[in-house]
Design a protein around this ligand. Structure first.
Ligand SMILES: C[S@@+](CC[C@H](N)C(=O)[O-])C[C@H]1O[C@@H](n2cnc3c(N)ncnc32)[C@H](O)[C@@H]1O
Length: 207
């Protein structure tokens, strides 16, 4: 991350009163994860209010954040599937996730129809997008998610001038939000670089 982005993240966090963190410094289960420090209380509150039948994560990475999500899924009796094009590096973390009933899929999510079946399947789904190509994935899954499903996409910058690899800004997804009747919910996540949207109506029936 360049200095400008670091300063921007700092500003966002200072705006929240969190003087501690910048991205890449949060840890879970002893594993460093690619999240802004202070993210877990926000997710804890979110999962107190919102329940899902299936959580799907794109971008397992080193599995630290996945471990947190897996534990949330056990609490709410939800299934958890996590995708990454690469295998988890640490066997202990992989074993831990498997023990937490996680379905770990090592595949390129852009060439996989199973994820589409999961999302179209029964029950409320939360899709967490934290792989590489955020904008095309947002645009694709905006169409596929069902009414009441929630889609959260990471590395979202409110500053439209940011164009680092792996990041995205509002103007890149605005049309998909409008076209698919998505609304932004839990704006507090934006300070942690997550954009959170929910589908409120299925427009495909209007045509
Ligand atoms: C930023 S890291 C994930 C960080 C993790 N969610 C965390 O919070 O620590 C992005 C991950 O997406 C994976 N990835 C990139 N492109 C992918 C693709 N097409 N399909 C599946 N995974 C992909 C990468 O291998 C990498 O592990």
């Amino acid at each position: 991350m360049n200095l400008k982005n670091q300063e921007m993240v700092q500003d966002l966090l200072l705006g929240q009163g969190d003087k501690m963190g910048i991205i890449n410094k949060e840890k879970y289960a002893g594993v460093t994860i690619k999240q802004v420090k202070g993210i877990f209380p926000i997710f804890d509150s979110f999962f107190t209010l919102e329940k899902f039948d299936h959580i799907v994560e794109i971008g397992t990475g080193n599995g630290g954040f996945s471990t947190y999500i897996a534990k949330q899924c056990i609490k709410m009796n939800a299934k958890f599937t996590t995708y990454d094009i690469n295998k988890i590096q640490t066997k202990d973390i992989e074993d831990y996730l498997l023990a937490l009933n996680t379905d770990i899929i090592t595949k390129d999510v852009n060439n996989d129809s199973h994820i589409e079946d999961i999302i179209k399947g029964e029950g409320r789904c939360l899709l967490l997008i934290d792989g590489a190509l955020k904008t095309p994935q947002f645009n694709k899954f905006a169409k596929l998610i069902k009414v009441k499903d929630v889609m959260m996409t990471h590395d979202y910058y409110k500053d439209e001038t940011v164009s680092e690899f792996g990041t995205f800004v509002f103007s890149e997804v605005e049309k998909a939000i409008d076209d698919n009747d998505l609304i932004i919910i839990y704006k507090c996540f934006e300070n942690y670089l997550w954009l959170c949207v929910e589908k409120v109506r299925d427009l495909s029936y209007d045509n």
